[in-house]
Write a protein that binds this ligand. Structure first.
Ligand SMILES: *[C@@H]1O[C@H](CO)[C@@H](O)[C@H](O)[C@H]1NC(C)=O
Length: 500
């Protein structure tokens, strides 16, 4: 395998290093790891209480809202998806009738439409159009909620006047009255489709005065020295730690992100060393968002990472590699979590992976570099021959019996069989004798089966451990802690569902 070649080179240079390195590596692989999810990259679904103290916490960045004129009983719509006027002539709401919020403060917002423009007040007869490529003063609106019915709102424009639906094609910002009656053309019903809860949402939701303390308290308490003791004493050999691109700009990352996650990552390396564990640093959130999920650090859910982001993203890898290359606990750096196809093109991804690999190799010949397979519409073998150009490289695949209709009607045994057959074969496809190592970087014992028994969960987890144990680099459970018991490896171990 590729890394033997490296060891030989080292043998000439330094015999003792080689012995240490080779012993360490042969005894470490494959890793039994756990993801420290929701620690340095927030995921509200795992710990909702983090968001409890945010005012208007259902109106965070990226919240998708639909707005119905109560008088007309019609939805506001960015005609053509954006680029022209906003109308109110739709009786049902879909893409063009859905607006994504950018939160300025707890009551002030921009509205981003389907084609990514911002709705705004554009002079002529105070009409509302969705044509601005960036939000300015005229794209900034205040949402005023009715106290005893917070889904009934007024929308105040930058001219100080309220939006009104004069007719189903004439939406203007010139209403100067008040009142909440159904016949009032300035009254809208706000329908919240979904509210993402990632790092952007929590930091901007609390704002610059409160966010630093909230995040610091979370980082200090969510994962501690004691957790590393627990993990190592229960048979785990490594942690995969999701981080966001802003960590490279600590202690003063661009707003709304706040500094301090780098110190927490430093602590993880200290604790890992203390308990003989290894660290996989996983760049989970990149500038522009590689998948649109809240855990990619996105503001509004648009997936926009591309060619223009490669340089900055490589700089984050360079920063991490430089800082931890000589740390004995560093096992690997994962260049990007879950890029999504086709939005992230294979060409861009390969260009980035090549540069990211080189950045890591500037500082260390032996740390593994992990390449995440694309999710979505992508061939799981598409990186294999490309990865053959590199040394100490790993392909990461994620396996969840969730998130697809395929699993919703499976009984317990069918889920287990799926692991033994389809997952085993999918893993085999990316486990080659001469190429990159394989890594099941995310999996969980939760599955789409309500009311499964403890024995069912034990069997399902055991089937996965048996199959994923064949991955040559190892596996990592998602996650260490989570409000949902089966997603928490800590809980699963403490309650005898999983034994390693
Ligand atoms: C809504 O109004 C716009 C602008 O007049 C028009 O082009 C569109 O066809 C209308 N749509 C419906 C469903 O009435």
């Amino acid at each position: 395998m590729a890394h033997h070649f490296h060891l030989t080179i080292h043998l000439v240079l330094c015999l003792s290093c080689v012995v240490t390195l080779s012993l360490a590596q042969s005894s470490n692989l494959p890793f039994k790891a756990v993801n420290l999810g929701c620690w340095l990259v927030t995921e509200g679904w795992m710990k909702p209480s983090l968001f409890q103290g945010i005012p208007n916490k259902d109106l965070l960045d990226g919240t998708q809202v639909q707005l119905m004129s109560i008088k007309l009983q019609k939805y506001l719509s960015a005609e053509s998806g954006g680029g022209t006027i906003v109308v109110a002539n739709r009786t049902s709401a879909s893409d063009w009738e859905t607006f994504r919020l950018w939160r300025v403060d707890e009551t002030t917002f921009n509205f981003r439409v389907f084609n990514k423009q911002f709705a705004g007040l554009k002079g002529y007869q105070n009409r509302i159009v969705a044509a601005a490529t960036a939000p300015g003063n005229s794209e900034t609106f205040q949402i005023i909620r009715k106290e005893d019915d917070p889904n009934r709102i007024h929308i105040k424009a930058s001219n100080g006047k309220f939006l009104q639906a004069q007719s189903d094609t004439l939406i203007t910002a010139d209403y100067e009255g008040s009142g909440w009656e159904d016949s009032n053309p300035s009254v809208f019903k706000i329908n919240i489709v979904n509210t993402p809860q990632g790092e952007y949402q929590i930091t901007n939701g609390y704002g610059p005065d409160k966010a630093p303390q909230v995040m610091q308290d979370h980082w200090n308490t969510y994962i501690t020295d004691e957790d590393f003791r627990f993990m190592s004493s229960n048979g785990l050999t490594a942690v995969r730690i999701p981080v966001g691109w802003w960590i490279a700009l600590d202690p003063t990352p661009p707003k709304p992100f706040v500094g301090g996650s780098l110190k927490a990552l430093d602590n993880a390396f200290t604790w890992a060393q203390k308990y003989g564990m290894k660290v996989i640093v996983d760049l989970h959130a990149v500038q522009g968002s590689q998948n649109g999920n809240a855990h990619s650090g996105t503001r509004d859910g648009f997936q926009e990472w591309g060619d223009s982001n490669i340089k900055d993203t490589v700089a984050v890898i360079d920063f991490l590699a430089k800082r931890y290359a000589n740390n004995p606990s560093l096992a690997a750096i994962e260049l990007m979590n879950e890029p999504f196809a086709p939005g992230v093109t294979l060409d861009n991804l390969k260009n980035y992976y090549k540069s990211g690999y080189d950045a890591v190799r500037k500082y260390t010949p032996s740390a593994y570099v992990i390449l995440s397979n694309r999710l979505g519409n992508a061939d799981p073998t598409e990186l294999l021959s490309f990865a053959g150009n590199f040394n100490h490289v790993v392909i990461d695949v994620h396996f969840y019996n969730l998130y697809s209709d395929e699993f919703s009607n499976m009984n317990v045994q069918q889920n287990i069989d799926y692991i033994k057959n389809q997952r085993a074969s999918a893993l085999k496809t990316v486990t080659t004798s001469n190429g990159p190592l394989s890594f099941v970087g995310e999996w969980t014992a939760e599955f789409a089966r309500n009311g499964a028994s403890m024995q069912d969960y034990q069997n399902f987890a055991k089937a996965q451990l048996d199959v994923y144990g064949l991955a040559t680099f190892g596996w990592a459970y998602w996650a260490y802690k989570c409000q949902f018991e089966h997603w928490s490896l800590k809980w699963m171990i403490e309650n005898n569902y999983i034994k390693l």
